[in-house]
Design a protein around this ligand. Structure first.
Ligand code: ATP
Ligand code: MG
Length: 400
């Protein structure tokens, strides 16, 4: 791939997270290629190429099942780029030299270029040194860079948690007071980021850091509000245990259900609201949960969008919770046959573990499944293909 661009007379380098992870001796998730060829020129070299993106114009080159992202060197001269009133960069498609391209990247350790021609690494800043000392350092003036793209604050936290790096003081300081800038980011983009934050294998540490830097409240205001009531410990315990499970499952290469994760994150605001609706309007538990679910989700998606393919299972997981109290007659059998039983039962276990639900009730359901010849430890296994499995990160060979 890189050779082919070279043969056509272009420069081409591996860049970004792939190079960073290789140098750290970690398995790279994917590889990005940076080149001086324009997307159109890339397309002319590769037949199996598609041009994508509006914010960033990119070429996607397909190799069998792999897609490699090829980006043209961009200019860091934001003076010329279109900006919003907050200094956010709206149009970032000015092409430039490799050096300019390096300086418009986010962190020094993400701005290393691997030259396959001579196996050298090109470093225009302090990337190599920062990799050695384990330091996350933004290129340029941190506050300006966060204003250009506030998602960089989330990226700082994500990489710090994933790599176990420290955030360099000047890079760290502005984060505490710039969280509000995340309000300007489209909820759909934040949804993608939230998945990366929590389905990373480092969700617990990421979550704790996000709260430490006052970022979490901007993504999940209702959850943060519910967690701030200190009369109980279980709400925080539930979230931590839920994230711990996610991390453990990923470490074991098991699939993770995104809907379950969002159900965990939003359970406490939902539970509080449902309780209030029961109290003030005399609604029965199931109706209260459904009504509260509508409200909580509606508020949540103003910050971080959640696609309907997730909100539907979330509502089911929540809605089934009161039904676990019915352990008489034919009702348990009916609940067991529900397509979302598995996830709802796992959710009940989590609530019990956190100290919110009755552990004896959870045990009753465990025994009940055993008595029906089922294996209650089957985990989050999808019921006959109804649940979406997360696609495991594919192991990519280095592009040739
Ligand atoms: P991951 O392991 O999560 O893929 P990554 O560093 O490869 O980490 P990507 O989102 O794949 O992250 O981005 C690839 C590269 O593009 C980054 O390494 C960085 O150089 C650059 N980049 C990505 N997002 C930004 C941003 N918001 N601002 C500046 N540069 C960015
Ligand atoms: Mg990447």
């Amino acid at each position: 791939m890189l050779y082919r661009l070279k043969k056509s007379g272009y420069q081409a380098y591996l860049v970004g997270g792939g190079v960073r992870d290789l140098l750290l001796g970690r398995e790279p998730k994917d590889f990005d290629v940076a080149t001086d060829a324009t997307p159109e020129q890339v397309k002319a070299v590769f037949r199996n190429c598609r041009l994508i993106g509006r914010r960033f114009r990119l070429a996607h080159v397909r190799f069998g099942r792999e897609i490699i992202e090829v980006a043209t060197f961009r200019s860091a001269d934001f003076g010329k780029a279109e900006q919003s009133a907050n200094g956010m960069v709206l149009d970032d498609n000015l092409y430039g030299t490799i050096e300019e391209d390096a300086l418009r990247r986010d962190f020094t350790i993400n701005a290393l270029y691997y030259n396959i021609a001579d196996f050298s690494v090109i470093d225009y800043s302090t990337g190599m040194a920062d990799l050695e000392t384990g330091l996350l350092r933004l290129l340029g003036d941190p506050e300006t860079r966060y204003r250009e793209d506030p998602v960089r604050m989330l990226r700082a936290v994500r990489f710090a948690a994933k790599l176990g790096f420290n955030i360099e003081p000047a890079t760290e300081a502005p984060i505490h007071h710039l969280g509000h800038l995340l309000e300007d980011i489209p909820p759909a983009r934040l949804f993608e980021e939230v998945l990366k934050l929590f389905i990373s294998g480092y969700a617990v540490s990421t979550f704790e850091k996000m709260r430490h830097y006052d970022l979490f409240a901007w993504l999940f205001p209702q959850t943060e509000e519910a967690l701030s009531h200190e009369e109980h410990e279980f709400p925080l315990t539930l979230v931590l245990k839920g994230l711990e499970n996610t991390d453990r499952r990923l470490a074991q290469e098991k699939p993770v259900t995104q809907a379950f994760l969002f159900a965990v994150l939003l359970w406490e605001p939902l539970r509080r609201m449902a309780e209030e609706l029961e109290r003030t309007q005399g609604l029965p538990p199931y109706a209260a949960i459904q009504q509260a679910a509508g409200l909580v989700i509606e508020r949540q998606v103003q910050r971080v969008s959640i696609p309907r393919r997730f909100t539907t299972p979330m509502r089911e997981i929540w809605g089934l919770q009161p039904r676990f109290h019915n352990t008489k007659g034919k009702r348990p059998a009916r609940l067991l046959a529900h397509p979302r039983f598995r996830a709802a039962y796992d959710f009940l276990l989590l609530r019990a573990e956190a100290g919110e639900a009755d552990p004896e009730l959870a045990t009753w359901w465990t025994r009940y499944q055993e008595s029906q010849g089922l294996d209650p430890t089957g985990g989050n296994k999808p019921a006959a293909g109804r649940r979406r499995r997360r696609r495991r990160p594919r192991k990519r060979p280095a592009p040739k």
